[in-house]
Design a protein around this ligand. Structure first.
Ligand SMILES: *Cc1c(COP(=O)(O)O)cnc(C)c1O
Length: 380
């Protein structure tokens, strides 16, 4: 086995796909401590800057006082506390849906929903750029899988399919390109061809829309148009976990059938209390979204000579082409004290390796200037 592993890893290295973990020793903010040196980071999904918020820390401490640390069991045994229950009710109200169900992670939420709802006589339609967890979930469901690269192709696939149930799944905000899904066309197609719609709004929730309700708020869509809404709580919410929101019947079905919900330990109740606090802040502190939007506009205006993509979200990729170049520029930035991850195939299509710049409400314009100056120096 050792020889096999060695050759696997060597191949990854040759393909410039070898990944390493960056070890830091600080709170998650735009400045990170690595080997006692300060680095400026443009990598996190902590879009609203809540991961380091002291009010969340306090909520965690108070939750731990009240409930201790471990939940001790799954939700269906003795792990379900009033902290989880209240959070679910508050998430349902926030997303304007009848009910919400907490999952431990977004990955598990996606696995749970899709395998609970679909089987081998059904069909699932996925954008080619959907998150890996959606693709894994679709595979596991055994439904016939269609991958579309544009919505005309999706329509052709829907026309051809004679499956019992059809589910169209899209990211709300695409995590590697930063663009927002064309939900109006997707919802229209779903109506015409009798399909269901699921939106994974991991990168939209908290960020997009006036009150941060995400991509569905931007389109003013409710449960009729988007019956299955998935959101994560470890990105803009700054904490951890995920949820699915929808009708009473959908949530009850998931409680009965979603295996990644049933067969896993409930989140620590103190974590649920922390997310409740975060939800209040996300809802009330509009200035975080406004400031973030200002930073996005500032970056795009001042970096317009760089190979950016059409993105109005905090995800601002700089396209560099091949993996080796992306990796090299990322390393050079690092030497200058700036961290931006290089994203390479298979995460993105071949030939579109990139630096994935993400902005946070905790960044300031000076820091963005520093990034742009360095990119200009290294690229031109
Ligand atoms: C991050 C992410 C997930 C996974 O969520 P976790 O809570 O980190 O497991 C799912 N879908 C999308 C689009 C994501 O960006």
């Amino acid at each position: 086995m050792q020889n096999f592993l060695k050759s696997l890893l060597q191949q990854r290295q040759q393909d410039n796909l070898y990944r390493i973990r960056q070890l830091h020793t600080s709170v998650q903010t735009p400045t990170l401590l690595i080997n006692d040196q300060e680095y400026l980071s443009f990598c996190s999904n902590d879009y609203l800057g809540l991961a380091s918020d002291l009010r969340l820390k306090k909520a965690w401490q108070e939750g731990a006082e009240k409930y201790g640390i471990g939940s001790g069991a799954s939700h269906l045994i003795t792990g379900h506390t009033s902290a989880h229950q209240s959070l679910e009710q508050e998430l349902a109200a926030y997303t304007k849906r009848e009910r919400a169900l907490l999952f431990s992670t977004g990955y598990m939420a996606n696995l749970g929903v899709i395998t609970a709802l679909l089987g081998r006589h059904d069909a699932v339609f996925l954008d080619k750029l959907n998150h890996a967890s959606l693709i894994d979930a679709a595979r596991l469901s055994q439904a016939k899988m269609y991958r579309y690269s544009d919505l005309k192709v999706l329509e052709q696939m829907l026309i051809k399919s004679s499956a019992n149930h059809k589910l169209i799944i899209t990211d709300g905000v695409f995590s590697m390109d930063g663009n927002i899904a064309n939900l109006s066309t997707i919802v229209e197609l779903a109506k015409t061809y009798n399909a269901w719609v699921m939106v994974d709004d991991a990168h939209g929730l908290g960020v997009i829309g006036k009150t941060g309700r995400g991509t569905v708020e931007l389109y003013d869509y409710e449960v009729e148009e988007v019956p299955i809404l998935m959101g994560t709580l470890g990105k803009a919410f700054g904490v951890f976990g995920a949820f699915v929101a929808g009708s009473e019947l959908l949530i009850e079905t998931l409680i009965q059938l979603a295996r990644s919900y049933i067969y896993t330990t409930a989140l620590p109740p103190a974590l649920a209390e922390t997310i409740r606090e975060s939800l209040i802040i996300v809802t009330e502190e509009n200035w975080r979204r406004q400031h973030l939007q200002e930073l996005i506009d500032y970056f795009r205006n001042h970096a317009s000579n760089l190979p950016l993509m059409e993105s109005s979200t905090p995800i601002q990729p700089v396209i560099l082409g091949d993996s080796a170049t992306a990796l090299k520029i990322s390393k050079k930035l690092y030497e200058r004290g700036i961290i931006v991850t290089a994203i390479r195939p298979p995460t993105v299509p071949i030939g579109t390796a990139r630096l994935r710049v993400t902005l946070s409400a905790l960044h300031n314009k000076k820091q963005i200037d520093r990034l742009i100056e360095s990119l200009n120096f290294l690229l031109f």
